[in-house]
Structure formats: structure tokens, C-alpha cells
Design a protein around this ligand. Structure first.
Ligand SMILES: [Zn+2]
Length: 241
């Protein structure tokens, strides 16, 4: 018996654990957000910006304008793998960004520089997010398994609670990521406009790309929250037994 045997108790459909529907909803919204960003990126990757700057040149220009000299810009393989590594102080730009002159590439490069500036100026949500990384990594993976294992093996309820609390750090991380991402995009678009890197019409296109990218973080936070609700429901159902 154990975990799977408990399904009926949660008022499941056809003897199916209804809480699993929360996970499915999370998977669906994540898939929608991810295919949306891919299609928006593809559309604006074909529109060349008038400035003729590549993603890498855009990043270099933004860093120069902000007097940041200790951050390097690197090319990483893959698509949508762009990120800023604050520990190494490296802006990593992907194939579709580094050497490309599209409004999409320029938008993403500027967004990563938005993170550099957050780091440079001690933007608090970024510090919180960075501090949460280790526990969030452990929590979002191990937390679920602790909850499920503690129920299947009939271990103590305290262990179930520990699993839920661990997992909640992963959810917190996803939520703190949201202001960090939106702020980086806002900084990026302001700089692209102010520095004359993109014209008004081009900036709107870059904005559409960054908004689509931000939606993937919203979807990730929402699915993490749904998974947390699921674990809380399972843990609660167990407590009442
Ligand atoms: Zn970002």
C-alpha cells in the first residue's frame, strides 16, 4: 500500500490521485510558455537591427557605458542558453545571440547585461536569489522524494514535513526569480533605447521577445507552486489518517 494506495482518499477521479492533475497543469503551462518563446524568438531572429550590432557587441557596449570592466562576454553552445554567471562574472551568449544582429539577439544580450548591472549595483532580489540557489537545488529535487518516500515507507510525519519545507525553498526561489527577470528586461529595454542601440519600433520587438522569455519563468514559478500545493495536500491527507 502506501502512497499509491492513498489515492481514493483525496477524492480522486476514477481512483486517480487528483493532486497529480496539478502536476499535469504545471507541465502544460510550462510547455506552452516554452513553445511560445521559441516561436517569438524565431520570428524576431529574422529581423536585423539597423545598428548592425551583434549580441556580443551590444553586451560590450552596455558594459562599457556602465563602466563595468571586470565582466567577460563568452559564446556558449545551444539555444536560449544565455545567462549571466555572477560567480565567474561572465555573460554567456548562445549561438542565436552572440554573433547575430537581430533585434531578438540584441534584446537577449541586453537582458543578460541587465543582470550584470543588478549584480554590480547590489540589487537585493538578485542577492536573495543567489543565496537561495544551493538550498533550492537540493529542495526541489530531494523534497519531493522525501515526501513520497516517507509516505510509501510509512516513515514519521516529521520527515514528510521536512520534505515539504525543503521543496518550498525551490518554490521560493522560482518566485524571487520573477522580479529579478522582469527588472533585468526593463533595464535592458531602457538602455537599448537610451543608448540608441534600437529604434522605437525595434525596441517593441525586443520587448516582445523578453516578455515571452519572462513567461517561461512565470510558468516555472506557477508549476512549482502547484507542485507545492500537491505536496501539502498529500502531507495533510497523511496527517489525518
Ligand atoms: Zn534573465
Amino acid at each position: 500500500m502506501g502512497y499509491y494506495g492513498g489515492y481514493g482518499r483525496y477524492g480522486g477521479y476514477y481512483g486517480f490521485d487528483w493532486t497529480y492533475l496539478l502536476v499535469i497543469v504545471g507541465v502544460i503551462i510550462t510547455a506552452i510558455a516554452s513553445s511560445h518563446v521559441t516561436s517569438v524568438y524565431k520570428r524576431y531572429a529574422e529581423i536585423r537591427a539597423a545598428s548592425g550590432l551583434t549580441g556580443a557587441q551590444t553586451a560590450a557596449e552596455i558594459l562599457r557605458r556602465n563602466g563595468i570592466t571586470d565582466v567577460t562576454i563568452q559564446h556558449v553552445p545551444g539555444s536560449l542558453t544565455d545567462h549571466y554567471n555572477p560567480a565567474k562574472k561572465v555573460v554567456n551568449l548562445s549561438d542565436a545571440v552572440y554573433g547575430q544582429t537581430s533585434v531578438a539577439a540584441i534584446g537577449v544580450a541586453a537582458h543578460e547585461c541587465g543582470h550584470v548591472i543588478q549584480h554590480h549595483r547590489g540589487y537585493v532580489p538578485l542577492s536573495i536569489r543567489t543565496a537561495l540557489v544551493p538550498i533550492a537545488n537540493i529542495g526541489s529535487n530531494l523534497g519531493i522524494w522525501i515526501v513520497i518516500a516517507s509516505i510509501i515507507l510509512g516513515l514519521s510525519g516529521t520527515l514528510t514535513t521536512i520534505g515539504v519545507v525543503l521543496f518550498s525553498f525551490g518554490t521560493l526561489f522560482q518566485i524571487v526569480t520573477l522580479p529579478v527577470e522582469f527588472n533585468a528586461s526593463n533595464r535592458a529595454l531602457t538602455m537599448l533605447r537610451d543608448y540608441g542601440i534600437l529604434g522605437m519600433d525595434e525596441e517593441k520587438k525586443a520587448r516582445a521577445v523578453l516578455r515571452a522569455a519572462a513567461m517561461t519563468y512565470v510558468a516555472a514559478a506557477a508549476s512549482s507552486l502547484l507542485q507545492l500545493v500537491r505536496l501539502l495536500t498529500i502531507a495533510n491527507g497523511r496527517r489525518r489518517r
